[in-house]
Design a protein around this ligand. Structure first.
Ligand SMILES: CC(C)(COP(=O)(O)OP(=O)(O)OC[C@H]1O[C@@H](n2cnc3c(N)ncnc32)[C@H](O)[C@@H]1OP(=O)(O)O)[C@@H](O)C(=O)NCCC(=O)NCCS
Length: 143
């Protein structure tokens, strides 16, 4: 897939050639974050990914998981702190919404303060029910 040029970064929807060294610095404030190789594993297991790449480094990403028929869920969207507030998150989400346009339902969960952010992207507020197993937060392979 041909990267789309922007002023400072390119958007990619394939993981070809991406190495753990290029996906550093994410999962800010996570007590037990996935290591870069685990991060790449979760990206490879996704239905769709969009990466923002600057100078060989991934500076933002969004992933979607899906049945490929009706529904998709967007578990993770993150932009590196030094790149936030420059439109990267919006560009990632807009591209992901386009990648998922053939589906019936696209859902995600977010904190209250981000509701306006996603409403501006055309999403509607609903309810999310969830569980968390914090011992598995780093995504390491079980023994
Ligand atoms: C949320 C996040 C992805 C936004 O990415 P970003 O690149 O900083 O956002 P953008 O620059 O594209 O912002 C687009 C618009 O949303 C607004 N916005 C950005 N972050 C916001 C926030 N936390 N709360 C409310 N509005 C926000 C911006 O002001 C901007 O509005 P404008 O176009 O009218 O100026 C980024 O802040 C991030 O990685 N946060 C930590 C991880 C996280 O919370 N991910 C979301 C999980 S649901």
């Amino acid at each position: 897939m041909t990267p789309e040029p922007t002023a400072a970064y390119t958007l990619h929807t394939a993981l070809d050639g991406i190495t753990p060294g290029q996906v550093q610095g994410f999962f800010v404030d996570w007590p037990n974050p996935p290591a870069p190789d685990t991060f790449l594993r979760l990206l490879r297991g996704s239905y769709r990914v969009v990466l923002a790449v600057h100078d060989g480094q991934v500076i933002g990403f969004v992933q979607a998981v899906s049945d490929g028929v009706l529904t998709a869920y967007i578990p993770l969207l993150e932009v590196l702190p030094e790149w936030q507030g420059r439109g990267v998150g919006r560009a990632l989400m807009t591209r992901m919404q386009d990648e998922l346009r053939h589906l019936y339902a696209v859902d995600l969960g977010c904190e209250d303060h981000l509701v306006p952010y996603y409403e501006a992207l055309g999403m509607r507020r609903g309810n999310l029910m969830f569980t968390r197993n914090y011992a598995r937060q780093d995504g390491s392979l079980p023994d």
